[in-house]
Design a protein around this ligand. Structure first.
Ligand SMILES: C[S@@+](CC[C@H](N)C(=O)[O-])C[C@H]1O[C@@H](n2cnc3c(N)ncnc32)[C@H](O)[C@@H]1O
Length: 298
């Protein structure tokens, strides 16, 4: 089974503007598609890769220019420093889950197969979707599905979950589908469940908070002229990345200097972002929601 097919491979690695002897970081190693392309294109450079899922270690190449760290990218700076690296020439993040994580039923990321509602990217983490679904109060559940799943009927979803768990705890994919299935719009069931599962996954893995932590540290470790390359798969993440690249903060509000000029730590290279073309989507349907953004540290 394929571990992963990298999205926007050429466009993202071109975006790094690689120097043959540069130091690069891939904070989402996964199947190693982006990493392998970097290794192909650098000579005496160095590549440090992170992935919090230890399943990814099966893809680690034997290459003395490469170092794999089975770590959360929220610990980017500490891990780099621990390995003697203070600054880097470029960093790539390809967010979200790999095909492997998605396709393994027991990981609980997909609504297409019944399995325990796990959804941890780091299998030694303690928080699972089962825990969230059975312990959060109605208001918090509604906020979760509204904020992270971008579902407008989040209050009704939360109400149905609470009603279901009064009878029995939710523990499987079929439980949640049984609890909220009647709220799925006709002919848009897949979209509804995809958003529902996206919301849960983001909450279980603290994806928004950790993305922000990583971006701030990336800005610190990038050398002037260094490139930040990020691929997102939903608008919530894309907005954060876009704002950060534009203004250096997550609200997208540019601070003005003494002369009234907007202060920004980056030069944005891809103003609108880059999305896959029809050919890539026809070969890899899962790439269809990808959006690549590139910025250069000033
Ligand atoms: C879309 S896949 C990356 C695929 C990779 N670019 C490739 O070409 O195969 C995302 C990967 O990032 C990892 N990941 C997500 N959030 C992470 C985090 N906070 N820290 C470390 N790894 C993370 C996931 O475990 C997953 O393997």
């Amino acid at each position: 089974m394929i571990y992963h097919i990298p999205a926007l491979l050429k466009e993202s690695i071109d975006g790094l503007n690689l120097k043959p002897d540069g130091i690069y970081v891939d904070v989402t190693f996964g199947g190693g598609g982006h990493s392998m392309e970097i290794l192909k294109r650098i000579k005496n450079g160095k590549l440090i890769a992170f992935d919090q899922d230890d399943d990814a270690t099966v893809n680690v190449p034997v290459d003395n220019r490469f170092l794999f760290l089975n770590q959360n990218f929220r610990f980017l700076k500490n891990n780099l420093r621990f390995n003697g690296v203070d600054s880097v020439d470029g960093l790539i993040a390809d967010l979200g889950v790999s095909f492997h994580q998605f396709d393994e039923p027991e990981r609980g990321f997909t609504f297409r197969m019944d399995a325990p509602l796990d959804m941890r990217m780091n299998k030694s983490g303690t928080l699972t979707a089962v825990h969230l679904l059975n312990t959060m109060d109605e208001g918090a559940l509604a906020d979760l599905f509204y904020n992270f799943g971008e579902l407008t009927n989040s209050r009704r979803i939360a109400k149905e979950i609470i009603a279901f768990r009064l009878l029995k705890p939710l523990s499987t994919v079929n439980d949640i589908i049984g609890a909220v299935g009647k709220l799925a719009p006709h002919r848009q069931e897949h979209k509804f469940y995809a958003k529902l599962f996206q919301g849960l996954r983001i909450a279980v893995n603290h994806e928004i908070d950790f993305l922000k932590e990583m971006l701030e540290q990336a800005l610190d470790v990038l050398k002037p002229g260094g490139r930040l390359v990020v691929i997102t798969y939903h608008s919530l993440e894309d907005r954060i990345v876009k704002n950060f690249m534009k203004t250096g903060n997550f609200e997208g509000e540019g601070k003005q200097d003494f002369f009234g000029n907007i202060e920004t730590p980056f030069k944005v290279i891809t103003r609108k972002g880059i999305t896959p073309g029809e050919e890539e989507i026809s070969l890899n349907r899962r790439s269809r929601s990808a959006r690549l953004r590139v910025a250069e540290k000033i």
